[in-house]
Design a protein around this ligand. Structure first.
Ligand SMILES: C[S@@+](CC[C@H](N)C(=O)[O-])C[C@H]1O[C@@H](n2cnc3c(N)ncnc32)[C@H](O)[C@@H]1O
Length: 317
């Protein structure tokens, strides 16, 4: 997929504000690949075999979207031997999108992926055999012990904890981990959005954009730093933490892969979000300018994120 010259901007989220566009999530994949913190990832690679021993690895992902994290951890070699991967999302539209996306990816890589049931897959690579489940579930429901699968060696939440009341959900979710089980929580937004070159109106637009996150969920605009302290509570061991900022810039007035599509989607999302509230003079002109700067290869963009890896102490109830 490559949409560098996309004129019609599509927002990251639909008009209801609940459904993330699969094309946006696909475009975000390579940007996240580049952003993910290497130290935190390497620590995960070392810690996971210590946690599982010789057992098959059981993984739960919340807010999995179209399945890009499963793609990534297979491509990056985290999984060897037998594993189960339960990819969950609260949006029913993501399950079908994930099946399609993962099937296309497996085909490109030459992995065997069959679907004995609509949302139950078997993935075989040269290194691993993975039983894949795509399940409709809100993180809040999964945290509730009764009737949920588990225990898990690893719980993953990527670019989702700013949408969830994590102080309420994570303690219950982490108690679903095995002894020494791990939580890998990545791309947690942390309060900085920057469009460059700076232009008139930026400060108020960004301020209101962050305020809209707060209006949705108190604390959401500083999820990264809140997690950094939250995950140091008794019963948990914070194994690694580090930055995973999105940094996008043009090269010779061009963007690589789907970066232009992604930038248009971010601008569209900011504009749509701000239109919901008190009128902001200059917003439409700001958005037009920023879209034009994408077309001419002049816009750079930064968003601050944190990655964290935590281990459950055996004593956590
Ligand atoms: C920004 S998207 C990230 C998707 C995926 N992790 C990725 O990075 O490509 C957030 C995802 O979380 C899902 N989501 C939002 N609130 C949720 C909740 N309370 N429980 C589970 N999933 C949720 C959305 O449907 C969406 O697919």
């Amino acid at each position: 997929m490559h949409r560098e010259n996309c004129n019609k901007a599509q927002a990251a989220v639909d008009k209801t504000g609940k459904s993330f566009a699969p094309d946006y999530l696909a475009a975000k994949k390579t940007i996240d690949d580049r952003a993910l913190n290497h130290h935190v990832w390497e620590t995960l690679c070392q810690a996971l075999p210590q946690t599982t021993g010789n057992e098959p690895v059981n993984i739960l992902e919340i807010g999995a979207g179209i399945g890009t994290m499963l793609e990534r951890i297979v491509d990056w070699g985290l999984l060897t031997n037998a594993s189960t991967y339960v990819a969950t999302d609260s949006d029913p539209g993501q399950l079908g999108a994930a099946r399609k996306y993962l099937s296309q990816w497996a085909g490109r890589r030459g992995h065997a992926l069959s679907w004995p049931e609509e949302h139950r897959g078997r993935l075989s690579t040269s290194r691993a055999d993975i039983s894949v489940a795509l399940d409709l579930a809100r993180a809040e429901e999964l945290a509730d012990k009764s009737g949920s699968p588990g225990p898990f060696h690893l719980v993953i939440a990527h670019a989702v904890l700013d949408l969830v009341d994590f102080p309420a959900v994570l303690p219950r979710l982490l108690s679903r981990l095995t002894k020494n089980g791990l939580g890998y929580f990545t791309c947690n937004f942390d309060g900085e959005t920057v469009f460059l070159p700076e232009c008139e109106g930026d400060a108020e637009i960004i301020r209101r954009y962050h305020a809209s996150m707060e209006a949705r969920l108190a604390g959401a605009s500083h999820t990264g730093r809140r997690l950094l302290t939250f995950l140091q509570r008794p019963g948990l061991e914070l194994l690694a933490a580090g930055s995973s900022d999105w940094v996008i810039h043009p090269r010779s007035h061009r963007y690589v892969t789907d970066e232009a599509f992604f930038l248009h989607a971010i601008i569209e999302t900011v504009e749509r979000e701000l239109k919901k509230n008190r009128r902001l003079p200059g917003l439409a002109a700001w958005a037009r300018l920023r879209h034009r700067q994408v077309e001419t290869g002049e816009l750079s963009f930064l968003a601050r994120h944190l990655d964290l890896l935590v281990r459950r102490h055996p004593c956590l109830s």
